[in-house]
Design a protein around this ligand. Sequence first.
Ligand SMILES: O=C(O)[C@H](O)COP(=O)(O)O
Length: 347
Amino acid sequence: MGSPALSQAFNSNWVVGGGGDFHSCKRFQESCLGSVSVGLGADTRFYIGRIRRFRICRSYISRSSKSCAACQDPISSSSRSHPHGYQTAEKESALILMRHGESMWNEKNLFTGCVDVPLTSKGVEEAIEAGKRISNLPLDIIYTSALIRAQMTTMLALTQHRCMKVPTIMHHETEQARTWSQIYSEGTKKQSIPVVKAWQLNERMYGELQGLNKQETAEQYGKEQVHNWRRSYHVRPPNGESLEMCLGRAVTFFKEHIEPQLLSGRHLMVVAHANSLRSIIMYLDKLTSQEVINLELSTGVPMLYIYREGNFIRRGSLVGSSEAGVYAYTESLAAYRQKLDETSKDG
Ligand SMILES: O=C(O)[C@H](O)COP(=O)(O)O
């Protein structure tokens, strides 16, 4: 039957997200934390795909380690006119946002900011679980921050993806780095997912709070002051970045580099941090500086948006792979999933 981790990935289910009507941070949190009580909303464009358990077959597992035509992404390898070889039924793209798994300083309750620390073993598990949850979604490009906790999360999550593509870090720092990291086979390129690192997606720089314990800091400076440093939009931690400053770089990068990719029909994932993602979500969901105060993001929980005709439609988050849920796909995402299933069956 192959690895339990892999077979579980094939049973992953989505929880339905609200339509474009979402503006409540509380509902957002419930959805992100995997509550199944998120409503359909008024968006009639939802396509509810079939809920079905996928039985992984032995031959599919054995194929996973080989490089062959049969293990190519079924849609990417078709002849239609997507940037990577296919076209969605409607002109739309999927955008997955994900905070990294638990880091070693999250575990110790230390302000981390731009200090570059790795995941804990719980963070590793969260990343793998997140990978199972996104394993049926198309992915053309991944953006991560320049910090190792986001990159570890990306790589671990991608070990679970059914497309079997290899995440490949782009090195464009210098002309030489670009040249030296070239891939010279078109076939191999098609079997790779470019991973773009961007410092602009890094965690907010926490200034002189970096390395301090959050609880002890609250005891020293008062809970309210520390809450303002952590959650307000305008207030800066001592010599650090406010959320507003973090938004300045993260959202600018999003608009300049990520939105054009979505516009051209590519499906993306952004793996970043609590505050760089809070600022991006503030932009996507048009949250006010008051509303963003209550926006909390858990580690390792993927959130799906659909980009269509210049609008971002929040679709909610995934529930655990073993929980019952409802497949909430747009028509083109359902088609992608179906192709994956068919390829697996054929194997
Ligand atoms: O940098 C940190 O300490 C965390 O990643 C986010 O911390 P916060 O919840 O205090 O913003």
